[in-house]
Ligand binder design. Structure first.
Ligand code: X2X
Length: 335
């Protein structure tokens, strides 16, 4: 039956249930949105789209999720607002940016906390992840179990390679909107400016800042190599994306659709981790080929600088003994 306007139906005196008026015959029972800040070519979006497709098929079309990559719905700050008020149902967000609403969620971003991916997954699929998800839950959002990989972060600049902390003195660097990021780069002696990712390419292009820091998969897929010359492999923190849901929207789904959604996004998260690891292995050479000059600084002096600035003591006090020791139970003593 073709869709009729409400007026036509009323004029015809037809008594149809409200849902028949508002919804075409084959529309999904639930039409939700998922958004991210990353380019469509990044593995996070590719794997999220696959999950969405599996969910549609397995639910026989009852749950349709439309994907909005690349800040199409606004900046991270905007999208977090939309997620909280229910205008957006699903969103992937860095734990560090989420900390503007859930302060403990930045804990994985403590400078140089993780030695390698083994420690990252042991912490995030283990006690640190459980702790952070509990804190997210307390503030009315749902976080699925498997955090998605953003990666170990590296510094890029248009002006000079970063070899030692001295090279960061007064350096104008963009950081995402998060107190931990600002504190980390202040304590390293740099001049950080908070800018949402949606504005980063143009901020670099117009030289509002001279550098930024991100994992290789983003430097490549967001084409930051076009506006940056030097890539310094500082590995100064590990960052990941929580797959978040607005709780009211999630709980409106019947149990079987909740379970399906959780299972499929968790599965895609694990697959995305493998993709990003593979990219991290090969992208150094790709980026060299695209004109970047790559260097490998010794992390020890950067860590020393943070220690002397009181970075570890300050953040231990902020997170509290218990959270800090949860992190240390995996990575060893920090300071
Ligand atoms: O804003 C960034 O730099 C990004 C894309 O890595 C995050 O989402 C934290």
């Amino acid at each position: 039956m073709p869709l009729m306007s409400r007026r036509t139906l009323l004029a015809a005196g037809t008594a149809l249930p409200a849902c028949a008026i508002l919804r075409p015959a084959h529309a999904a029972e639930f039409s939700y949105k998922y958004a991210s800040n990353l380019p469509v070519t990044h593995p996070l979006n590719i794997r999220a789209q696959e999950a969405v497709d599996r969910i549609k098929t397995a639910s026989s079309g009852r749950l349709e999720i439309k994907v909005f990559p690349n800040n199409q719905l606004g900046s991270d700050t905007d999208m977090l607002g939309q997620l909280r008020n229910g205008a957006l149902e699903f969103f992937t967000l860095s734990g560090l940016i989420l900390s503007t609403f859930v302060p403990p969620a930045s804990i994985n971003g403590v400078g140089f906390a993780f030695k390698d991916y083994d420690q990252v997954w042991k912490a995030m699929d283990g006690p640190v992840g459980t702790y952070v998800r509990g804190e997210i839950d307390k503030r009315g959002l749902v976080a699925f179990e498997k955090i998605w990989d953003n990666g170990f972060r590296q510094i890029t600049t248009s002006t000079r390679p970063i070899r030692t902390p001295d090279d960061l003195a007064g350096f104008k660097i963009r950081v995402p909107v998060s107190p931990l990021w600002t504190s980390l780069f202040q304590d390293l002696g740099a001049g950080p400016t908070s800018i949402n990712f949606s504005e980063v390419y143009s901020a670099l292009q117009t030289r509002i800042v001279d550098g930024q820091e991100n994992p290789l998969a983003i430097i490549e897929t967001a084409k930051l190599y076009e506006v940056q010359k030097y890539l310094s492999m500082t590995n100064h923190m590990w960052d990941g994306y929580w797959f978040l849901a607005n709780r009211r929207a999630f709980e409106r789904l019947p149990k079987d659709l909740q379970d399906l959604t959780r299972t499929e996004f968790n599965r895609s998260a694990v697959e995305e981790r493998t993709d990003v690891a593979a990219m991290n292995g090969s992208l150094g050479d790709t980026l060299k080929g695209q004109g970047m000059a790559v260097n490998q600084p010794d992390p020890a002096p950067f860590r020393d600088k943070l220690r002397k600035a009181g970075f570890y003591a300050d953040w231990k006090a902020k997170y509290g003994e218990q959270a800090w020791s949860t992190l240390e139970s995996v990575v060893g003593t920090l300071a």
